[in-house]
Write a protein that binds this ligand. Structure first.
Ligand SMILES: Nc1ncnc2c1ncn2[C@@H]1O[C@H](COP(=O)(O)OP(=O)(O)OP(=O)(O)O)[C@@H](O)[C@H]1O
Length: 621
């Protein structure tokens, strides 16, 4: 028995002799015939379409498969469908109804709907279409930088060939052993000098000078490319005010840059002050300014600071006045962008544009905004940002956080015309590696790592070696283990050491008293240690930027150097891909045969046993 009974209007009964049943059957046969014809027509059309568009054939097959309920195969689906139908024991009348409904549904073809209902979008019928790849389009200043040569040795420029440097600076350069400028210096020094041609108070033509971004390999001499022009421009100042501020991510880097500024400011009246927590807060405050007869007098022309200490001085109102700031140097700029959450830049900008000068005065300062003829007319003291990094991001969104004004980019990563980096549409950042650097990876196991390191020092005599670990704990254990093994002058370096100990350790390493310095990434960036022949990544770095800065501690200033990265089997594929994608000229495999390590194994086992006791004792104390 059927669930529903549908009484259908069967037309006028012309002849009373024809029974209702006969008419039903006739109608059913007619409808079935019509449905079959329609089905045939539809499949013929589909075949024709797929023949014209073979690529869609695969999609159509996939779609057909996906359409099957619950992911069943077509056969199963058919079976289930027929079972369902059978279990309902549908009377012929209902069967007619089902077919009739199908017919009605198939009648609503997309064409028919859009034809009959113009302006309506048909929902459904989604098919995967090949979507054109979105290509990265960089702003022109990033896509077309001023190119810097990476080959230092063959592109030296005599210091006397760079115009605009005074006799005192040339003397200081000579006394620091510098006869030639490196390519980055030869490009960037004249650019900064040119932007200050009109003196300190106004930019070229009365306008704000363009900001400058520099992306050049590690050890290519970026420090002097801002130190020299800043000293040159500020040298003629009459009143002492803070006119240059260099911000660096770590205390060690701030000390290093402070030293360079101080040595080139010799023989001038410029005063360089460091705010990095090396001295007490009060001592730093006293070095910034003094008060006499109720007047503040600045004692600093150039301030070198870490962001944290800088904010301390600004918030505690310690006498740091930035209203006359002309140059803001952001060294290791990509790292500084990452620390932007500390909002140090917005605080600096706030202090710079807090000027009390009357509107229209030449000392008036307004932040660069949309350029109109009105906004350009009043001359004002300009602030120029100078950004430096070996791994400067090309991500405009990140750079945008720095609020750059019509920036100019000097970059070596775009140097080779055939390189993918030359393309502005390239999907990821590529960097240049120092020319004198040779990169190797060494396949290893966890237990063979210390033996490999010992092999490099004792057999291959590659010292001084700067060895990087990913954690303080690994650095400490490795140091203890090598001490227990004996025969190697090793030291460890991490943020756990006191500032004094850190300074002493670096000095001893530089003097050659330490053969192996085991360090965390505390010295990975910017630190310039002369004479490092070899860098060992005891733990493979996770990020390409970390790798570039670590290996960049060797092969500096046009010299040669070796970098070895110990890789576990599981790390090999990803690590090598990462390095090649970043633009490495090539990383070679260096296999150390197990028999080369065998003779050290006995002594190493003993050292390992002792290490367990030492660590226990350390934990207990
Ligand atoms: N013109 C030059 N002649 C000789 N030596 C130079 C010259 N310029 C810089 N150097 C030396 O090159 C070394 C590297 O310079 P610097 O530290 O400025 O490199 P960098 O590009 O800042 O590197 P990083 O990206 O690692 O910070 C330093 O020891 C520096 O004294």
């Amino acid at each position: 028995m059927s669930l529903f009974l549908v009484n259908r209007y069967l037309g006028e009964e012309e002849d009373g002799s024809v029974s209702k049943e006969t008419m039903s059957k006739a109608l059913l046969a007619k409808l079935q015939k019509k449905a079959k014809e329609k089905q045939k027509r539809h499949s013929a059309e589909q075949r024709e379409h797929l023949h014209d568009h073979p690529a869609e054939q695969v999609d159509a097959q996939k779609k057909r498969k996906a359409d099957v309920d619950g992911g069943l195969e077509p056969q199963q689906h058919k079976k289930r469908h027929s079972e369902t139908v059978a279990s309902c024991s549908v009377e012929p009348v209902e069967e007619t109804n089902i077919q009739h409904q199908e017919e009605i549904q198939s009648d609503i073809s997309p064409e028919a709907t859009t034809d009959t209902l113009p302006g309506f979008t048909l929902v459904g019928g989604f098919e995967s279409k090949p979507v054109p790849k979105v290509e990265r389009v960089l702003p022109q200043w990033l896509a077309e930088p001023h190119v810097i040569h990476t080959d230092i040795k063959n592109n030296l420029i005599s210091i006397s060939d760079v115009p605009g440097l005074c006799a005192q600076l040339l003397k200081n350069l000579h006394s620091n052993g510098i006869q030639h400028f490196f390519p980055v210096q030869a490009e960037v020094i004249p650019a900064i000098l040119e932007s200050a041609q009109q003196g300190l108070l106004i930019g070229r033509g009365g306008y704000k000078p363009r900001d400058i971004c520099v992306s050049a390999p590690t050890g290519s001499g970026k420090t002097l490319s801002f130190v020299i022009p800043i000293i040159q421009v500020l040298m003629d100042r009459v009143v002492c005010e803070v006119r240059a501020l260099a911000v660096l991510p770590t205390k060690e880097l701030a000390q290093q840059v402070h030293r360079v500024f101080a040595s080139y400011a010799e023989g001038t009246s410029l005063k360089v002050v460091m705010l990095a927590g090396q001295k007490s807060f009060a001592a730093e405050q006293a070095s910034l300014s003094e008060h006499r007869w109720n007047m503040r007098r600045s004692l600093a022309d150039i301030v070198v600071a870490t962001p944290g200490r800088l904010i301390d001085h600004m918030t505690k109102n310690s006498g740091l006045c930035l209203e006359h700031l002309r140059f803001l140097v952001i060294d290791e700029a990509d790292r500084m962008i990452d620390s932007m959450h500390q909002s140090w830049l917005s605080q600096v900008m706030g202090a710079v544009y807090r000027s009390r000068a009357e509107p229209g005065s030449v000392f008036r300062r307004t932040e660069a905004a949309c350029i109109t003829s009105a906004s350009l007319s009043p001359p004002q003291t300009p602030l120029q940002k100078l950004l430096f990094s070996a791994t400067l991001t090309q991500n405009p969104e990140k750079l945008q956080q720095l609020g750059l004004h019509q920036p100019r980019l000097f970059s070596s990563a775009h140097g080779q015309a055939d390189s993918a980096a030359a393309s502005p549409t390239h999907g990821h950042d590529r960097f240049n590696f120092p020319q004198g650097l040779t990169e190797y990876y060494v396949p290893c196991t966890m237990s063979s790592k210390p033996l490999l390191l010992l092999h490099f020092i004792l057999r291959m005599k590659l010292h001084p070696i700067l060895c990087f670990t990913n954690s303080r704990e690994t650095a400490h254990r490795l140091h203890l283990l090598l001490q227990l093994f004996g025969g190697v002058q090793a030291a460890e370096f991490s943020s756990q050491l006191s500032p004094g100990d850190r300074k002493k350790t670096l000095k001893e390493f530089e003097q050659g008293k330490i053969q192996l310095l085991i360090s965390t990434d505390a010295v990975a960036r910017g630190i310039d240690i002369s004479g490092v022949k070899c860098v060992v990544n005891y733990d493979a770095p996770q990020y390409i930027r970390t790798y570039i800065h670590r290996v960049g501690r060797t092969a500096r200033a046009g010299k040669t150097g070796l970098a070895f990265t110990f890789l576990l089997r599981v790390q090999e594929k990803n690590f090598l891909q990462m390095v090649v994608k970043a633009g490495s000229p090539g990383i070679q495999k260096q296999v150390v045969k197990p028999e080369n390590l065998r003779s050290m194994e006995g002594q190493y086992e003993k050292a390992l046993q002792k290490l367990a006791d030492v660590i226990k004792e350390e934990r207990a104390s």
